[in-house]
Ligand binder design. Structure first.
Ligand code: PLP
Length: 463
């Protein structure tokens, strides 16, 4: 099924609007003088002032348009200034701006009900948080409390957030400078056929060997000490690593065998990114806990949460759950969450994501394997893809080294600059370029964006 949604056909998305009376210079000056930015050396950055956005596009103060192929931080699933989401926040603010979490709210309950309906198995309760990291913190706390076991296993090449436990769970370099962190976390290798840690040559081999490895880690770390295994259903920031068939059910089986809780981190991949409400639905697996954030309301107001199985929830029937947040299930955040469900259902968002992924993105990026010497691997599903750039296809040597920064990162910076100069805002991480546009992008814009990337890849080909 194809559904066309253009800026022209959607009210409120027809043009850039100037949202503030400040000049570009004033915005820039305040930012540089007073805003302390995350993950950055403060003197080495020059954040772009953004004037406005609509649909899959945003504009700078000179009126230059950028196709947002990163959906900001892969959260803006329904795009910039979606009229239904904006209206839901305005309506909610006029009716009930806030109510504390120990009281019942119509919109909070409605969102929890809608989430439970699309979650698999008996995952019927929702603990709301302010974002993804604290959702993972709470999932781990629940699992530790219920199992009475403290250790958590998580994957190398994962990102779970930057609060205390979440950064310890994280299996990428962002963890390093935050160590020592939570001492009860151990890491394992997940499946990644293109750079297999197991010398596998087929998906089936990779899956079987990754599961064998995980079982050894469980045994050596001690099943009696491990409360949970947490993994992104599809690894996001670290490479859009789609697990081979059988891997996630295999993880489920190991969790059952050893009395371990399975936590699926769906902060990036949940709510439509691959054309499913929850990505586990595509892999035939039911975790004990699912964490979400980002796409639940496209990040219009901070919101995350943990979907909890009835079995885990009932543990706390007569035992208090030790935790809470002042803004848990904030009505202004839940209202665009409910609106997200309405828009997804009305506009067939899940179906169009699958359709665009299969019909438009997959054949285009797969052709780049042949047409670009710098493209070593392409992988993904729905509107969630990674292009891995290499210096040498035969050896797979990455275009820039792992954890590249400064001069090392220059080739990828050049690719990103070529995209930006042509009007596309890319998502770049180490030697990869990801494709993750808003799910409402028109087919025309999607095709145009892919053509811009195709051209920018010639810059990578030159190294
Ligand atoms: N988990 C995953 C898979 C993520 O991609 C992210 C953020 O990118 C997080 C957790 C952390 O979410 P937040 O930044 O909302 O705390």
């Amino acid at each position: 099924m194809t559904i066309e949604m253009t800026h022209e056909s959607a009210p409120g998305r027809t043009k850039a609007v100037q949202p503030s009376e400040q000049s570009e210079a004033e915005v820039r000056a305040n930012d540089r003088a007073h805003v302390f930015h995350s993950w950055s050396s403060q003197a080495q950055i020059n954040p772009m002032p953004v004037a406005s956005g609509a649909g899959a596009t945003f504009w700078d103060y000179e009126g230059n348009a950028y196709l947002d192929f990163s959906s900001q931080l892969v959260n803006l699933n329904l795009g910039h200034q979606h009229p239904d989401l904006v209206a839901s926040i305005q309506e909610q603010a006029g009716r009930q701006a806030t109510i504390q979490p120990a009281m019942a709210s119509d919109v909070r309950g409605e969102l929890a009900r809608r989430i439970s309906e699309v979650a698999p198995g008996s995952l019927n309760k929702v603990l709301f948080t302010n974002g993804g990291a604290d959702a993972n913190e709470y999932a781990v706390r629940l699992a530790r409390r219920v199992t009475g076991k403290r250790k958590v296993l998580s994957m190398y090449r994962s990102y779970h957030g930057s609060t205390a436990t979440a950064i310890s769970l994280t299996g990428d370099p962002r963890r390093w400078s935050n160590e020592p962190g939570d001492g009860s976390v151990a890491h394992f290798f997940g499946p990644y056929l293109y750079r297999s840690a197991f010398h596998a040559t087929t998906e089936a081999e990779e899956s079987a060997r990754a599961l064998e490895h995980l079982e050894q880690v469980i045994v050596l770390e001690g099943a009696s000490t491990i409360g949970a295994i947490i993994l992104e259903t599809i690894v996001g920031t670290n490479g859009v690593l789609v697990p081979p068939a059988g891997y996630l059910p295999g993880v489920r089986a190991l969790c059952d065998k050893y009395g371990i809780m399975y936590i699926a981190d769906e902060v990036m991949v949940g709510f439509g990114r691959i054309g499913e409400w929850f990505a586990v639905n595509a892999f035939d697996v039911t975790p004990d806990l699912i964490t979400f954030a980002k796409g639940v309301n496209s990040g219009y107001v901070p919101l995350g949460g943990v979907v909890i199985s009835d079995e885990i929830a009932s543990f706390f029937d007569n035992v208090p759950f030790p935790g809470g947040l002042t803004y848990s299930g904030h009505p202004l955040a839940c209202a665009p969450g409910v609106a997200t469900f309405d828009v997804f259902e009305r506009d067939g968002i899940l179906e169009r994501v699958k359709d665009l992924g299969e019909r438009v993105v997959a054949p285009t990026v797969q052709a780049w394997l042949a047409s670009h010497p710098s493209v070593g691997d392409v992988r993904g599903t729905g509107l969630f893809w990674a292009i891995e750039l290499v210096l040498d296809k035969a050896t797979g040597e990455p275009l820039v080294p792992f954890n590249a920064a400064g001069a090392d990162a220059a080739p990828m910076n050049a690719v990103a600059a070529a995209c930006k100069a042509a009007g596309l805002w890319p998502f770049v991480h180490f030697n990869r370029l990801h494709i993750a546009p808003p799910l409402i992008i028109s087919e025309e814009d999607l095709v145009r964006g892919l053509a811009i990337i195709d051209e920018a890849l010639t810059v990578a080909d030159g190294y």
